[in-house]
Design a protein around this ligand. Structure first.
Ligand code: NDP
Length: 259
C-alpha cells in the first residue's frame, strides 16, 4: 500500500522524540521510490536536524526532509509557518497531530494553573491551530485531487480517565470530541479525519510528566511492558497508506497487560 503515499508531503508535530520521531522514520522507510516529503516540527530544532540527518543516512529512496522549529501552541506562528513553507514542502497531504504532553500527577484542586494552561495550549489548542492552518490546503486540493488526512494522536486517557490525571484526560477527551465533530463536518470531502489512541508507550512522555525525575518516570512502567514508539508509528503509517476510500477512523492501541 506504500504506493498510496507516492508523491505526498507529510507534516508531523512533536517529531523530536517518542511517537513523532518514530513516525518520521517509519514514513521514510515505507516511502515508495517515487518520493515522499516530510516536514518535521517541534521546539527542539537541533534534535530535528539530527533526526533528518539520520533519516537521510538510513534511507536511500529519495525521501526529502524539512526540519523546522514550531511551537504548536502559538496560533499566529502556526498560521505563518504553514503559509511560508518552502514551495517544495507546501503541498501537504497528511497532517499528524502528535505533539502533546502531561504535566505532573495531582488531584484536581492541586494542579497549578500554569500546568493546566500548558496542557490545554499544547494538546488541544496546538492540534486545533495546526488543523485550521492546514485544512485550506486540503480543501483547495478538492475531492478529485485526493484531499488529505488529519491523524490525531489522542490517548486511552481520553476514554478512561484516571485519578490524578483530570486535566490531561480532559485534554484528550477534547481531542476526541474535536476529531469526531470534524470527521462529520468533512464527510464526503475526501478528507480523512482519524484518531489513534495509544495506551502506555515508552517515550520521554513520563519524564516530562515528572519534570525530569527519572526514578519517578521509570516507576510508571514498573512491572509492565509498555508499547514502543515504533508500535504506534506502524499504525500511523498503515492508516495513512490505505487507498483514499478507506478510513481507519478510530483506533485504540494498548499493551497486552494494560486493562
Ligand atoms: P514525547 O514526550 O516523547 O514527545 C512529545 C513531543 O511533543 C516532543 O517531540 C516534543 O518536542 C513535542 N512538543 C511538546 N510540546 C510542544 C509544543 N508546544 N509545540 C511543538 N511540539 C511540542 O511523548 P510521546 O511521543 O509519548 O507523545 C506523543 C503523543 O502521544 C502525545 O500527544 C501524547 O499525549 C500521546 N500519548 C502518549 C502516551 C505514552 O504513554 N507515551 C500514551 C497515549 C498518548 P519538543 O519538546 O522538541 O517541542
Amino acid at each position: 500500500a506504500a504506493k498510496h503515499l507516492a508523491g505526498k508531503t507529510v507534516i508531523i508535530t512533536g517529531a523530536s522524540s517518542g511517537i513523532g520521531r518514530s513516525t518520521a522514520f517509519e514514513f521514510a522507510r515505507t516511502a515508495p521510490s517515487n518520493g515522499l516529503k516530510l516536514v518535521l516540527t517541534a521546539r527542539r530544532i537541533d534534535v530535528l536536524q539530527q533526526i533528518s540527518a539520520e533519516i537521510a543516512k538510513e534511507t536511500d529512496n529519495g525521501v526529502k526532509v524539512f526540519p523546522a522549529k514550531l511551537d504548536v501552541g502559538e496560533s499566529s506562528a502556526v498560521a505563518k509557518f504553514v503559509s511560508s513553507l518552502p514551495e517544495e514542502f507546501r503541498d501537504i497531504h497528511v497532517l499528524v497531530n502528535n505533539a502533546g504532553l502531561v504535566k505532573g500527577v495531582a488531584k484536581a484542586p492541586d494542579i497549578a494553573e500554569e500546568d493546566i494552561n500548558t496542557m490545554f495550549q499544547t494538546n488541544v489548542m496546538g492540534l486545533i491551530n495546526m488543523t485550521q492552518a492546514i485544512l485550506p490546503i486540503f480543501k483547495s486540493r478538492g475531492v478529485d485531487g485526493g484531499a488529505g488526512d488529519i491523524i490525531n494522536v489522542g490517548s486511552i486517557a481520553g476514554r478512561e480517565p484516571y485519578v490524578g490525571g483530570s486535566i490531561y484526560c480532559a485534554t484528550k477527551a477534547a481531542v476526541r470530541s474535536f476529531t469526531d465533530s470534524l470527521r462529520k463536518e468533512l464527510i464526503a470531502t475526501r478528507i480523512r479525519v482519524i484518531e489513534l489512541d495509544p495506551g502506555q508507550v515508552e517515550t520521554e512522555f513520563s519524564l516530562v510528566r515528572f519534570n525530569g525525575d527519572k526514578s519517578k518516570a521509570d516507576a510508571v512502567y514498573a512491572g509492565c511492558e509498555p508499547l514502543t514508539p515504533d508500535d504506534i508509528a506502524e499504525v500511523v503509517v498503515f492508516t495513512a497508506s490505505r487507498r483514499q476510500n478507506v478510513v481507519v477512523a478510530d483506533t485504540l492501541i494498548f499493551p497486552n497487560h494494560q486493562a
